[in-house]
Design a protein around this ligand. Structure first.
Ligand code: PEP
Length: 250
């Protein structure tokens, strides 16, 4: 198992140059905490944030990438461009891409392959919708997303998986301990069977993580990090989540 929690802040479509001060303060204040911290700003801020974070332990990542290495894809960003801009990780298969941009698992898998070609470490997101949960489909949905979004190339490359119930993202609702434990047991079993027990990525939980619930979520068996959206946008909201990892066992 990885020996430190990974606390990842996904800024989504938020942040302008003035927000670099937030990243700078997070980097300074994270030094006294045990977690690995990663920030995923909008692509426009990546090179500037890379400068701000130079010499710190903060990991920088992109929020998505194209499946091709280059070409006529207006408005898209390749994995190599993210790498060139200072990123070492990339979030793929986020529900806002799967649902907002109708990205199927097969496309997520191609993006993961592109990320690996560029030397980026992917965080692959999976999660069920409320309808799917209420219809008793959570386990088959998560199983299909794992099988179809994770390419074979991951067998010998570092990667992370984030379980993010779609109904918990940005809603203030958080999955129960039992729901999280069930999903994580499934993910762990799947990874063991497909890649072997030696493949031990961080398994993150995402969905309305905040200061008041981070300690409880991070202490759950098998949870080795959190993907945080709204509460990663300010120092005041994000630092208590980073600090919560100090007392949670991995
Ligand atoms: C996310 O963006 O992955 C997320 C979990 O958002 P929030 O923390 O705002 O629910």
């Amino acid at each position: 198992m990885p020996h430190r929690h990974l606390i990842a802040g996904n800024w989504k479509m938020n942040g302008v140059k003035a927000s670099l001060a937030v990243a700078e303060a997070i980097a300074a204040q994270s030094r006294s905490h045990s977690a690995r911290v990663a920030l995923f700003p909008p692509a426009t801020l990546l090179p500037l944030m890379a400068d701000v974070l130079k010499g710190t332990d903060i990991i920088l990542g992109g929020q998505d990438c194209h499946h091709a290495d280059s070409g006529a894809y207006t408005g898209d960003i390749s994995a190599a461009m993210l790498k060139d801009a200072g990123a070492s990780m990339v979030i793929l298969g986020h529900s806002e891409r799967r649902h907002g941009h109708l990205e199927p698992c097969a496309l997520v898998a191609r993006k993961v392959q592109a990320a690996l070609r560029a030397g980026l470490e992917p965080i692959i997101c999976i999660g069920e919708t409320l309808d799917q949960r209420q219809g008793g489909l959570t386990i088959p949905v998560l199983s299909r997303q794992l099988a179809d979004s994770l390419p074979d190339e991951l067998a010998d490359r570092p990667f992370q998986v984030s379980y993010e119930p779609v109904w918990a993202i940005g809603t203030g609702l958080i999955a129960s301990d039992a729901q999280i434990l069930e999903a994580f047991a499934l993910i762990r079993r799947y990874l063991d069977q497909r890649f072997g027990a030696h493949v031990a990525p961080h398994l993150l939980y995402g969905g309305s993580v905040k200061a008041s619930n981070a300690g409880q979520v991070l202490a759950l068996e098998g949870v080795s990090g959190a993907l945080v959206g709204g509460a990663s946008l300010t120092v005041e909201d994000f630092m208590p989540i980073i600090a919560a990892a100090d007392i949670a066992p991995v």
